[in-house]
Each structure stands twice: as structure tokens, then as C-alpha cells.
Ligand binder design. Structure first.
Ligand SMILES: C[S@@+](CC[C@H](N)C(=O)[O-])C[C@H]1O[C@@H](n2cnc3c(N)ncnc32)[C@H](O)[C@@H]1O
Length: 241
């Protein structure tokens, strides 16, 4: 599959592109982020500040790493994990069962732009490396806000263009030279060039934070991680009026 086909499949928001790389996804993720993806997801869970009996929605759950982390971080949490890619969900199902968490993580087919849930039905919503792949981001943001309860928090983690700090030259080199080579070698194709294209096409962090505010989120923040190679966007649904 060439880069153009990957980009087209990604743009349709169906998750089909991820079916092709699902079996290699976790390994590629770990190697390309030099293991930082775990730390970044951990930070995402911390930002949700979950307490007590909570219902959490993990969008674009993929192979369920973030859903598993949420469930492990709080025994009273129940997680609904949603993704449109059948192959990613197949691997997620295996991991959830292996972790003995079938009773607390429910896995569903679905897209962020069209959530099959009632208004205000979640205490928190999270999404790791997913919003970049969603074609209609404003619509997804308003759906996230709709399903959040008043006072609830959304935490969206996303890869961004490295932009600052003393690590910048190393991170830039890694992202722009090492990652494409690793991707080509490990995935056996040039599919991972799509990754760089989609990162370059993603709005600047300040702009994306403004999009969240425009969608209706309150107290929106954008936290730079690892020289800006990743950002954590957090927003709250304001109290009911
Ligand atoms: C890069 S993976 C992220 C997986 C996982 N969240 C993680 O932490 O590694 C992106 C996921 O977004 C999903 N996706 C693609 N289009 C989507 C959409 N419109 N709504 C929700 N998820 C989507 C893909 O199927 C894929 O599993």
C-alpha cells in the first residue's frame, strides 16, 4: 500500500488503514517513540484525575493500551473503548482478556464523530494518537463534549511537530530521519511516511487548543511533552447551568 492510499484511507476515518498495520502497531509504537508512548499515556491518565466509581470513554482505543492503563489505575473505573478498525479491536480484545479485564473494559466499533452514547454519560473521555486521524475534528470535539458530564474532563494526547527545548535537535532528527527508516524497515513498506505527513498537517498546539475552546471546552490547556514531539490537550466541560 503506498503513502497516497494510506492517506486516503486515513482521511475516510474508517480505521481501515490501521487494519493493515495492526499486528505490528505496538512494536512500531514502542520503537518509534523510544518507549516514550507509555510515559505520555501515563501522563494522560494522571491528567484525568480519576476518583471513585467512574465511567471513562477511550476513543480511537486501537490496541487498548490507554484503556488498559485507565482500568489498572483505578479498580472502580469502567471503560468503554471504541475504535473503527476491526483488526486493532481484535488485538485489543486479546490484550484485555489476557489482563483479566473483560468485565471492566467494553470494546465497541465506532468513530469519534458519531458517538452512540447518551448526553452526559461519561465522567471522563480520553484519546491517544487518535484525533490526528479523525477527518472532522470539530465534530468529534463537540461529540466528546456532548457525552461528558458537566465538570468532566477530556484528555487528548497527540503527536505534534517537535518545537522546543534542548532536546529539540535530537527529537527532530529522530522524528524526521530515524522514524521513517524504522517504519520502512519494520512495516516492510513506506506506510509510516503517512505518520509524518499527518503530524505535519495537524494544527499547531495553540491552534488545536483554540479549536477545543471553540467547541465549548473550558480551561483548555496544551502541555508540551518531549520537546513538543507530543502534546497533551486537556479540557473540561463547564458546570451545568
Ligand atoms: C495511532 S492509533 C492509536 C491507538 C491507541 N489509542 C494508542 O494509544 O496507541 C489511531 C487509531 O484511531 C482509529 N481511528 C481512525 N479513524 C477514527 C475515527 N474517525 N474515530 C475514532 N478512531 C479512529 C484507528 O482505527 C486507530 O486504531
Amino acid at each position: 500500500m503506498n503513502v497516497e492510499t494510506m492517506a486516503r484511507l486515513a482521511q475516510d476515518g474508517s480505521g481501515e488503514m490501521f487494519d493493515a498495520i495492526a499486528s505490528r502497531y505496538d512494536l512500531l509504537n514502542r520503537l518509534m517513540s523510544l518507549g516514550n508512548d507509555r510515559r505520555w499515556r501515563l501522563r494522560t491518565v494522571q491528567a484525568l484525575a480519576l476518583r471513585g466509581r467512574v465511567r471513562v470513554l477511550d476513543l480511537a482505543t486501537g490496541t487498548a493500551d490507554l484503556a488498559l492503563l485507565v482500568a489498572r489505575s483505578l479498580r472502580q473505573a469502567s471503560v468503554i473503548a471504541v475504535d473503527p478498525s476491526r483488526e486493532m479491536r481484535r488485538i485489543a480484545r486479546r490484550k484485555i482478556s489476557a489482563a483479566g479485564l473483560d468485565d471492566r473494559i467494553e470494546l465497541l466499533d465506532g468513530r469519534a464523530e458519531e458517538l452512540p452514547f447518551e448526553d452526559t454519560s461519561f465522567d471522563a473521555v480520553c484519546m491517544a494518537f487518535g484525533i490526528r486521524n479523525v477527518p472532522d475534528r470539530p465534530r468529534a470535539l463537540s461529540e466528546i463534549l456532548r457525552v461528558l458530564r458537566p465538570g468532566g474532563t477530556a484528555a487528548l494526547l497527540e503527536l505534534t511537530e517537535p518545537n522546543g527545548g534542548w532536546l529539540l535537535p535530537f527529537v527532530w532528527l529522530h522524528v524526521h530521519a530515524v522514524v521513517p527508516l524504522l517504519g520502512a524497515a519494520l512495516s516492510g513498506s513506506r506506510e509510516y511516511r503517512y505518520l509524518q505527513r499527518s503530524i505535519a498537517a495537524f494544527p499547531r498546539p495553540s491552534e488545536f487548543a483554540r479549536m477545543m475552546t471553540a467547541a465549548g471546552f473550558a480551561a483548555t490547556t496544551a502541555e508540551s511533552l518531549t520537546a513538543g514531539a507530543c502534546h497533551l490537550f486537556v479540557g473540561r466541560r463547564g458546570p451545568a447551568t
